[in-house]
Design a protein around this ligand. Structure first.
Ligand code: FHN
Length: 568
């Protein structure tokens, strides 16, 4: 019946219907488009994101009255942490009154900014308020602030002025989590959100141009912080600002913490990491070696990420000279080889224990951080190498075939920190799809088991110690002191070198054993592993090999466990 009805309609009626449908459709599209456009405050513009990416390296600063105690900022505060479990070792009463003794007279914002610039850093991110709720700036919305301490000066203001004067990009860390605020996560939480939005309005209004807002919501939701409206406020006051993914919204970039992020070139990311172990000041805290620092910088940038490296200044206001020296050493390295870092993109050869690569235009920088043999073998690429040189000096042989690119560098020209081979192609390197570099380790992707796995979580399973991926690790439960990792090579194989990369330097004693089919025999012993342990020994032929950790400070965790065959 219906079919016939249609054919009786006059032509005009059809046209009218189509026009209506078109109008509605377009209206809906316009509405969707305008709605979408109307939410563009949730993201920074592509140009601003690209400018942020190109900077690559920034200084993170965790500081507050807690530095008087040398304990961790926020987490060492006692009392209740509404919204989560646990408490800190300093009674809240004492912690919350530390600011009354806080008078860092040697604080010199321009000196901090100069330290960042001398390190080759292009931006700085400072903790304006951490989880302990103390405002390191003048805020009309609280009395719990630096201007009410004996120091009286607005630290955020002085840093902002120093950054603007020196041309260093400026960022502020702000914790929506606030274990001090009386309304936080109570039935008056809405009042806390008003306070939160009000403080970001102050930060984004009173200190000139801000390039980065670095939230730290500890997994809180966008609803917890009314983040859409928060982003609207911030974007209206600071249109070009870069905002991270820690306020319950994706923001402009991911934030892997205390680890090298996975290779990712379809969404910006930034690894944040401590130069020592604690975020805030701790006397005699364990400082990373220059090799650890350069390795991390190169692998992060080679993974297409940015690197935000943290210091915890002293209660005097100074950054510890040891840490300044380390940063200066990184700056000296970047002064010479910064072309292989700044304004580059990660890849095409993905990071691994061997090293990483970066590219810009028709140039690829092959960053060799560890040699596992006479030469480095890389997978083939669909571009012709038309020239090559050694940025770090000396000569190299670069042989390109259909099957591979083989690079060998005489021992004399190999750099302990990083040997950089610059190759020029007959076209843009960005057209090459990312490639994994096969490990020369005999343990690579072999069957593996362990006597303990952190919370039995496969994300931290033993296979993560033999995947040649610097972004994954085998981890064990807190409190574990003795634990083993066992690899089955599949058949008896001969090896005479081991390389182990450990996170957090927890192992105090360990041994390597092989099973001669009757018993386990020890062939290496040690008391420290660290981020890059390597050892040569008399060749061993075996199928089953164990890393036996005999003592450790806290649940040991291993990035990579590699066994290497004798050099041909
Ligand atoms: O709890 C904080 C920690 O103190 C530090 O601020 C880091 C920096 O990214 N973020 C939190 C831990 O995820």
């Amino acid at each position: 019946m219906l079919k016939n009805e249609w054919c009786k309609w006059p032509l005009r009626a059809y046209l009218g219907l189509i026009v209506c449908l078109l109008i509605c459709g377009t209206a809906r599209q316009v509405d969707a488009g305008s709605q979408e456009a109307s939410k563009d405050y949730l993201k920074a513009g592509e140009r601003d994101v690209q400018k942020w990416r190109d900077m690559k390296f920034g200084l993170f600063i965790h500081w507050g009255p807690v530095s008087l105690k040398g304990t961790e900022i926020g987490w060492s505060r006692g009392g209740e942490r509404r919204g989560r479990t646990g408490t800190g070792q300093i009674p809240a009463e004492e912690y919350d009154n530390l600011y009354k003794q806080f008078n860092p007279v040697k604080f010199d914002a321009e000196q901090w900014v100069q330290i960042a610039k001398d390190a080759g850093m292009k931006y700085l991110v400072f903790t304006s308020k951490h989880h302990d709720g103390f405002s390191m700036f003048y805020s009309k919305l609280t009395d719990y602030k630096i201007t009410n301490s004996p120091f009286k000066r607005d630290v955020v203001k002085e840093l902002a002025d120093a950054c603007h004067k020196a041309g260093l990009k400026l960022g502020f860390y702000y914790s929506p989590v606030d274990w001090y605020h009386p309304d936080y996560r109570t039935q008056n939480h809405a009042r806390y959100i008003e306070f939160l939005h009000g403080q970001l309005r102050e930060i984004c209004s009173n200190y000139g141009k801000i390039d980065i807002i670095w939230f730290d919501g500890l997994g809180g939701t966008a609803e917890d912080w009314d983040s859409e409206n928060l982003f609207k406020i911030i974007r209206q006051l600071q249109p070009g600002v870069i905002i991270n993914n820690r306020a319950g919204l994706p923001g402009d970039h991911d934030t892997p913490e205390q680890r090298i992020g996975r290779f990712q070139n379809d969404r910006p990311w930034e690894t944040c990491m401590t130069i020592c172990r604690q975020w805030a000041w701790k006397p005699n805290d364990q400082l990373k070696s220059l090799k650890q620092c350069i390795d991390t910088l190169v692998k992060v940038v080679g993974g297409d990420g940015n690197f935000l490296f943290n210091v915890g200044p002293m209660p005097t206001g100074e950054i510890e000279p040891r840490q300044v020296t380390r940063l200066k050493e990184m700056g000296a390295w970047l002064k010479k080889y910064g072309q292989s870092i700044y304004d580059t993109r990660g890849g095409p050869f993905k990071p691994g224990i061997w090293g990483a690569s970066t590219h810009k235009g028709n140039i690829i920088y092959i960053q060799i951080l560890n040699w596992s043999g006479e030469q480095l073998t890389l997978p083939p690429i669909p571009k012709k190498i038309i020239a090559s040189s050694v940025l770090t000096g000396g000569t190299a042989t670069v042989r390109q075939t259909e099957e591979a690119i083989e690079i060998s560098v005489p021992e004399a020209y190999r750099q302990e920190l990083d040997t950089i081979i610059k190759i020029e192609l007959d076209g843009p390197a960005s057209e090459i799809a990312p490639l994994s570099v096969t490990s020369s380790s005999l343990t690579y992707h072999k069957k593996v088991r362990a006597s303990n796995v952190y919370q039995n979580n496969p994300q931290h399973g033993p296979d993560k110690a033999v995947d040649d991926d610097p972004a994954t690790r085998w981890a064990t439960d807190y409190g574990i002191k003795q634990v083993w990792l066992e690899v089955d090579l599949g058949k008896a194989m001969t090896f005479n070198r081991v390389r182990i990369s450990e996170a957090y330097d927890r192992v105090q004693e360990f041994e390597l054993q092989y099973n001669d089919s009757t018993q386990w025999k020890t062939f290496v012993t040690g008391t420290k592993i660290g981020s890059d342990y390597s050892r040569r020994f008399e060749p061993v032929t075996a199928q089953q090999v164990r890393l036996n950790i005999l003592d450790s400070t806290d649940g040991p965790t291993i990035w990579e466990f590699q066994l290497l065959p004798p050099k041909k």
